[in-house]
Design a protein around this ligand. Structure first.
Ligand SMILES: *Cc1c(COP(=O)(O)O)cnc(C)c1O
Length: 368
């Protein structure tokens, strides 16, 4: 079976983790600092604050902006649950907007209609490794005095022109093992806003700058030096790995038939956290690929507004036609950098045979 993800751990990771263990610095220490500096430089921002996960980075980004009960944050339903949950954690209300069929990210044309006097922030999700339309979103946010928190948890190294995801407003990253780089568990907030970074640092560590002097009520959302050691070994390999992902994607773009392949917006660097196609009879398609030895993933089988806690909050009736249609059609196929050329050829053959069997996709987006 060709798996949908295959995390890579090499000798650099082992050596760095061993050094951290031998040093006795296990929790947040000098390696976390070093990783923050290296990651900030890579993204092209002034500040990076390491956290225990992508979820806690999102949560802290919102708290750092002072977002809380009575506030609204605009985001999407077509995402991992953490985007919307992080808004709920603060007591604010997620306002779910539909996505664009072009990039599967928030549709900028729908944002202004969702803005109310309570809106405090826009949280676009740069899904599958493609930056959301950050320029249009930042312009709308500026015009309405809103914060931008980019959920870049799938977009390490993605860019629009030469500007990387994570450099508009605040960006948040996840280092979960299946992401384009990992620390085991871990996350990062990136920003040029020094005051925001300072508040997030305080919130991350129980509101403590001077040991056992707590200025505010904070959390323990720290990364460990063990995790940072893995991250320091992974970061220098990210560009090469992303290039390999892009080369595999180009091969799929050229050779797949009978399915809808991604079409990145012009000028965008897509880093293919997932290579997601749209297929006819999705569940049967996934079963047929498994029988042909190809693992797949569905991201995500249930959109946020149809998850139980959100239905209980009254989101069940929100009308998100593109989200609902794509939820039925999307299927991600292996695109990770450890795939051999033979494996890539096997994936192409399996997808094309299956599409031939089940028939080509006709989109189910209403009105499309
Ligand atoms: C992975 C992911 C997160 C959460 O990251 P964790 O590190 O698992 O907490 C948030 N949003 C998106 C879009 C993700 O893919």
């Amino acid at each position: 079976m060709i798996p949908i993800a295959r995390p890579q751990m090499g000798d650099e990771e082992k050596e760095r983790v061993w050094d951290a263990m031998a040093s006795g610095s296990l929790a947040q220490g000098p390696r976390v600092r070093e990783f923050e500096e290296a990651f900030a430089a890579y993204i092209g921002v002034e500040h990076a604050v390491a956290t225990s996960s992508g979820t806690t980075a999102l949560h802290l980004a919102l708290l750092g902006h002072g977002i809380g009960p009575g506030d609204e944050v605009i985001t999407v339903s077509f995402t991992f649950i953490a985007s919307a949950n992080s808004i709920l954690y603060t007591g604010a209300r997620p306002v779910l907007v539909d996505i664009s069929e072009r990039d599967y990210c928030i549709d900028p044309d729908l944002i202004e209609a969702a803005i109310t006097p309570r809106t405090r922030a826009i949280m676009p999700v740069s899904l599958y490794g493609q930056p959301a339309d950050m320029e249009a979103i930042a312009e709308i946010a500026d015009r309405h005095g809103l914060a931008v928190v980019e959920d870049a948890c799938q977009a390490h190294g993605a860019a629009i022109g030469d500007r990387r995801s994570g450099s508009w407003g605040a960006g948040t990253f996840s280092f979960y093992p299946t992401k384009n780089m990992t620390t085991g568990e871990g996350g990062m907030l990136t920003t040029d806003d020094g005051e925001l970074a300072g508040r997030v640092r305080l919130l991350r560590e129980h509101g403590m700058q001077v040991r056992y002097h707590h200025d505010i009520v904070g959390y323990n959302f720290r990364m460990t030096d063990i995790g940072a050691s893995i991250g320091l070994a992974q970061l220098p390999k990210l560009e090469r790995n992303n290039e390999r992902r892009r080369a595999i994607a180009a091969r799929y773009d050229a050779d797949l038939r009978g399915v809808i392949t991604p079409s990145p917006r012009p000028g965008v660097t897509h880093v293919y956290h997932q290579y997601t196609i749209r297929v006819n009879q999705r569940d049967a398609f996934a079963d047929a690929l498994r029988e042909r030895g190809v693992g797949t993933g569905i991201y995500y089988p249930i959109p946020v507004h149809r998850q139980k806690p959100f239905e209980a909050l009254g989101y069940g009736d929100v009308s998100l036609p593109v989200t609902d249609a794509l939820t039925r059609e999307v299927l991600s196929i292996p695109v990770h950098p450890t795939l051999s050329d033979d494996e890539v050829a096997a994936v192409v053959a399996a997808v094309n045979e299956t599409a031939n069997e089940l028939g080509p996709i006709e989109t189910t987006v209403a009105g499309a």
